[in-house]
Write a protein that binds this ligand. Sequence first.
Ligand SMILES: [Zn+2]
Ligand SMILES: [Zn+2]
Length: 348
Amino acid sequence: MQTIGFAAHSASSNLAPFNFTRRAPRPNDVVMEILYCGVCHSDLHWAHNDWGWTTFPAVPGHEIVGRVIEVGAAVTKHQIGDHVAVGCMVDSCQHCDQCQKGEEQLCREGSTGTYGGTDRITKDMTYGGYSKHLVVREEFVLRMPDGLDISKAAPLLCAGITTWSPLRTWKVGPGSRVGVIGLGGLGHMAVKLAAGLGAHVTVVSRTADKAADAKALGAAGMLLSTDANAMTDAANAFDLIIDTVPIKHDLQPYLPLLDVDGTLVIVGQVGPMAELSTVPLLMGRRRIAGSPIGGIRETQEMLDFCAENNILPEVEMIRMDEINAAFARMEKSDVRYRFVVDMASLQA
Ligand SMILES: [Zn+2]
Ligand SMILES: [Zn+2]
């Protein structure tokens, strides 16, 4: 089918309208009209070729909410008219041990990215959610629960699941002490979701300018990482720290904040990090871990949890043709806390 999107044609060009073809639906495919798409930092990095492996034209977008307009003959989970969502993956091998466990993001053969991935059958590059339509196999299409505001929910599909998954992996619940480093798109969801699970949440930040926001989002308070006395007083104060900082930084100051057996989990794609002393790791049996998005089952669990507990991202709605200005603002961290594109603004 013919559709329209917004694409970058080179690392230095602005995103611009782009006409392209979506594949004809296979028997197990769902065809959706995209209604909203969140704007993730990865979209910006992909469009600008910051990781060095972008193939152009690049159509970003992996926080996708829409409505089913067609289903293949073998589709059983979704019907025409359903509100549905797609996150960062559109396919995986479906037979390895990780896929069998519902951890498709850890597929032994590699999951297929929603954009910049390679379709497992046609070998074509995948195009993301900055577009009017999407065709995805039904196993990777999430159900939008009733009661979740679809105009705000899109960022749950990346920022939400990326922070939800470590909260579940490390069994956060009532009584857990959770620190969140960085209060951006991911950080603000980490605060809301951890607080929703009953944890005592503290935002760890270099500046105090978001202290009021942190409390409004559900944090008990803020720890200033630039305040040496406060950092000393906060020794052993956390069971889990979620580190959402998306650029190279020093983990050393944060490790003493973990209690014995505590874990600092990195959820941003950073690359090489600053040098590290093992002393605080050994002395507190502390761990540093990483965590990438989450599986499909866990993503559905998160969406259902957010509907039941009325948890939604803080969003600023933009038109598709405002995306280049939005990217520029994101590079200055000038968004509270996620842009969402209203796809009705994208006309054929
Ligand atoms: Zn993302
Ligand atoms: Zn697999």
